[in-house]
Design a protein around this ligand. Structure first.
Ligand code: 5RP
Length: 244
């Protein structure tokens, strides 16, 4: 294994890479970052845990590790169920005041740490637990790393009665919203997936969409982005530390 630091030109972030000799598949990349994330777990403290396939691999790795945590705060019902199946204690956020670390995947992430999340529909609880945590560790395979957010349709959680109104407002912003039919969030709401947005100013768009009446949360995580990105690549592990 070769460890070498590299500094991106014109980018406000630091990178370190670990090279492995053979090509690493997408699933192996997810496994790699899930295991690497164990290094960020603070023992004897609460841990915020995200949702999705990469977060699931992290939960499995955590269960197999000897790490001792006070318990987990889950970002979705599915995550809580998986944690409990591994006999990891799950606590309500309302009963927890200090979460040193939150570990979660992403649908897209930039080197600056801005993300699109919510492909699994858990964006609102993910945003809440992330906001309550001191450090966000994003775990993702290399297909998630982008220069500009927006190729992945941007999920927006919406109060059901506001669906059509919010959709019209999203069209006014240049997007193409589609109702995620047959899906209800853990909070009893609906999701609009918005395509055709080239998100050059994620913080401004996050604020703009969150200000639409009826929007519960937009799946843009720019105001509270990732503090560390663990990226699985075809060559191995890459750690990116965005500077904001
Ligand atoms: C769920 C999420 C997930 O983190 C995101 O969809 C990535 O999932 P996966 O790890 O399965 O690629 O935001 O709401």
């Amino acid at each position: 294994m070769i460890h070498f630091p590299s500094f991106g030109l014109g980018c406000q972030h630091r990178e370190s890479k670990v090279q492995t000799p053979t090509t690493v598949t997408q699933d192996e990349q997810k496994q790699l970052v899930a295991r690497e994330a164990l290094r960020y777990v603070v023992e004897d403290a609460w841990l915020g845990v995200g949702s999705g396939s990469t977060a699931n691999m992290f939960i499995d790795a955590l269960a197999a590790s000897r790490l001792r945590i006070k318990g987990a705060v889950a970002s979705s019902v599915k995550t809580a169920e998986r944690l409990k199946a591994h006999r990891i204690d799950v606590e309500e956020l309302n009963n927890v005041s200090d979460i040193p670390v939150y570990i979660d995947g992403a649908d897209e992430v930039t080197a600056a740490g801005a993300m699109i999340k919510g492909g699994g529909g858990a964006l609102t609880r993910e945003k809440i637990v992330a906001a309550a945590a001191q450090k966000f560790v994003c775990i993702a395979d290399q297909s998630k790393k982008v220069d500009v957010l927006g190729k992945f349709p941007l999920p927006v959680e919406v109060i059901p009665m506001a669906r059509s109104y919010v959709a019209r407002e999203l069209v006014r912003l240049g997007g193409y919203p589609q109702w995620r039919m047959g899906f209800t969030t853990d909070n009893g709401n609906v999701i609009l997936d918005v395509s055709d947005l080239a998100i050059r100013n994620p913080v401004a768009l996050e604020d703009r969409i969150n200000a639409i009446a009826g929007v519960v949360t937009v799946g843009l995580f720019a105001r509270r982005g990732a503090d560390v990105i663990l990226l699985g690549t075809a060559q191995g592990m890459e750690t990116i530390t965005p500077h904001r």
